[in-house]
Design a protein around this ligand. Structure first.
Ligand SMILES: [Zn+2]
Length: 74
């Protein structure tokens, strides 16, 4: 399940659950400026996944960010 986080410490995959956004998941180990991670966290839209894997994020309806992960279906 996805849990709110207030910083990027200790996690690899960070999701953006902005209800007006596109539900993207980012790989913090490959973070790019375009990901705007700081903005996601500042707006309290950041969530982590348990387990902390890409497949878990996809299962919960998050699409991989094209900048840091790629391979999105659209
Ligand atoms: Zn990204």
């Amino acid at each position: 399940m996805a849990n709110s986080v207030t910083n990027r410490g200790g996690i690899r995959y960070l999701g953006n659950n902005n209800p007006d956004g596109d539900h993207e998941v980012h790989d913090l180990k490959n973070e790019k400026a375009q990901c705007q991670i700081d903005k996601i966290i500042r707006n309290n839209h950041s969530v982590r996944f348990i387990p902390d894997t890409l497949s878990q994020a996809r299962e919960e309806g998050f699409d991989p960010c094209e900048w840091c992960i790629g391979g999105g279906s659209r």
